[in-house]
Write a protein that binds this ligand. Sequence first.
Ligand SMILES: *Cc1c(COP(=O)(O)O)cnc(C)c1O
Length: 425
Amino acid sequence: MDDHFNYQNKQLHVEQVALADIAALHGTPCYVYSRAALTTGFRQFSDALQGRDHLICYAVKANSNLAILNVFARLGAGFDIVSGGELQRVLAAGGDARKVVFSGVGKTVAELRMALEANILCFNVESAAELDRLNEVAGSMGKVAAISLRVNPDVDAKTHPYISTGLKQNKFGVAYTEAVALYRKAHAMPNLRITGMDCHIGSQLTETSPFIAAVEKVLVLVDALADEGIALEHLDLGGGLGICYQDEAPPAIADYIAALLGALQGRTQKLILEPGRVLVGNAGVLLTRVEYIKPGEEKNFAIVDAAMNDLMRPALYDAYHDILPVDNNPLPQACEGTSAKTPSIFEIVGPICETGDFIGHARELAIAPFSLLAVMSAGAYGMSMSSNYNTRPRAAEVMVDGKTVHLVRERETVQQLIAGEKIIA
Ligand SMILES: *Cc1c(COP(=O)(O)O)cnc(C)c1O
């Protein structure tokens, strides 16, 4: 917990607002973000990079709410997108297309056209076939596409296998050994202009050494290209810096940047970074209410109104999220003697019909039906991975700014969910 999420009179607050008040106003489940936390994180990047030509491209997929994109856009951010839909979000949020880089292994013709139309900064190309397709699409539009190749440096990010992307066996990027040949190929294509090189080795990294190893391998290629007369304008070192969910100790943003700059050894190319999780993860919580307490023979369950459709990370990665009581006063029952209720160990689960539908295992909490809980560190890959499984409308989203509560996404309705469906004759 940091300054932006704290207890005041035993009531959990986001900045100056009690989470209990937000639940009363907007209901649960509800994602709550701190604008100050978003701003602080972004400034840590820009301060550490001061004096160096750089662009911080927030990775939209971590949390793509327009209000969040807008906060970053106003701080000068660029954006790393992985779909045409994300490009439309960036534009709708007031982001600058000229600061957008487009990553992803499966860009469709329609997506390439849309991005060329918008004049984005750079395509992070991930295969030989994509080079051909982009060259052709750009040519048909009378345009020249700025490209970098996403190189797979084959380093072990030492993170969860599902979020590790920089090993040979992963689907991402072009093989290290083929990169120079592909740059040559791109160099000869009339509708492509080589501007950079890109790598992104994984997510939730808690050490700097894999980043450094990747930079060192990238620089070998940069030099090889320079020898052939292919000079790069920028180096994009991706995202992936981890956050503390439980007891991880990732490097501070400033230390991570210092390590990268050290590894770059005085290179003067513009530096692009694509941080996602580290900018939003600890800037948001998922607010949920206990519906039922269900004592079991082996385990006690607390069934809450948030579920794996709202926050998929526990089910998908067995991820840990801290779960805090919104009201940290002893329960009223605890004061009454006979019905004394001491904290118990609970499985915190949702109502979805899947055994994988859990938010946390074996948490010691003093709770009763209707208690509010805050699932911490839920700002990244929470709402953006949510679904409508079990026909559950997606949660509302709120951004707190000082004392002010802004509803930044209305709770979805079942009407919206079924709007495109038809019954046949
Ligand atoms: C997901 C992703 C990021 C952001 O990763 P984080 O771990 O959230 O920082 C950056 N670049 C690319 C290409 C990605 O796919």
